[in-house]
Design a protein around this ligand. Sequence first.
Ligand SMILES: [Fe+2]
Length: 470
Amino acid sequence: MKKIIALLLSCIMLFQLTVSSTAAYNAPKLEKEEWDMYYESLVDKNTLPALNVGANQTQVSLCWHCDKDKAEAKVEVSTNSDMSDAKTFTGEITVSENDTQVVCRVTVTGLEEKTVYYYRWYTENGWSEAEKYETKSFSDHKAMVVGDIQIAEDWRTDDEVNQDEIGFNWNNVLSTALTNSPDIAYLVSPGDNTSTGSTQQEWQTLLMPKALRELPMALAIGNHDKKGMMYNYYTNMPNEYYGRFFSGLDRDFWFRYGDVLYLFYDSTSGNAPDHKAMTREAIKQNPDAKWRIGVVHHGIYGAGDCIGDAETEILLSTIFAPIFESFDLDLVITGHTHSQGRSHFMENRKVVGTAESGKTYTNPKGIVYLNSNSVCERPTNESYEAEHLAYSFLENDTTTYSTLEFKGDQLILETRRGDNGELLDSLTIERTEEHNENSFGNVMKRAGYTVIEALGFIYTMVDNLVRKFS
Ligand SMILES: [Fe+2]
């Protein structure tokens, strides 16, 4: 009997160890004074690494600035905290936005799921301290969504917020999300990562939270990022797609994690032919992906001041919605309006199915648009009414974040307060059918899109000329 009890106890302990095997992120919530000290110690340096998602779940990428005379684009990865038996990955060195530094980019490959790794990158002072990175499940998993982080340089100090305060909010919303959900595998942002897009300090502040050494990010380009070229020097996104007509900062990109294909669109570009071509190429390479998620900065069918706005409601929905619909996307993540909200199921500019909070919908027709709140300043409470809106959060003095959980046939979308994690909105989409981008209706929709491609091509050529001579 004693042996049986001992065996049972051992099994229970083993089960508990397995259940709690997802280690906590190092994501401390800081008081403002603590953050201020941390911020001041780092803000004038320019060497923090960005950890970005890789082309698939077995990869992550790094990007960091380094003294141009001492730079070596190399990263060591080990399963031992003392970095013994480390494997070395090398990458490329390119010019930076300043005269004294270069940009190092390295992609780490061959990662295995649910494994604790340690990594370090080569700095101007030799190897960095080792950082921990734990891979999560490569099948069922969870992603975090936060948009309009929009770190703003200090010329806005006379305004409501400044760079230091936005960094403080950014650190704490990450802390809330990662403490509540330590199983989050990566972060998706629909862009406006910075405000002016033209200072290194904005990116230094964005990269400050300690959690970002462990949390790979996928960052879309927003209209504020496009005010400058800094995004170019501080990111290392996978499968960047420049197509035939993109120029300057403009580009799309895509990546695959488990059963999910993410398609990131640069909505500051009206380059319809290349947006469509990128979608076709990514789907062609990932025909088996169960979920197709679009990420685009502007708030098409979002909450806030995109409602009734000609740019988003007419121009951008004309360019992007036919691509999303004819390639049978499941969900589109947007931002820009600094207002948390979510649409019903949309198609052809109409609500084709209600998407009530807390409910599950199986093989729904149409696409849900999730509009993320901002981390930087948020407009005061306003009630936005629009037929397309299923949910909107009006207490905009509070940050929010969303999670996407992929579990079997289900995509579970949740939105929570960024200060205490309280659940605000949820929706479950169940997909048991194949994607239908080759249906007669979708093929015809893409045939009709040729006119928009032609107009988008003309727009892109004019836009490129204007930028060349301005
Ligand atoms: Fe924006």
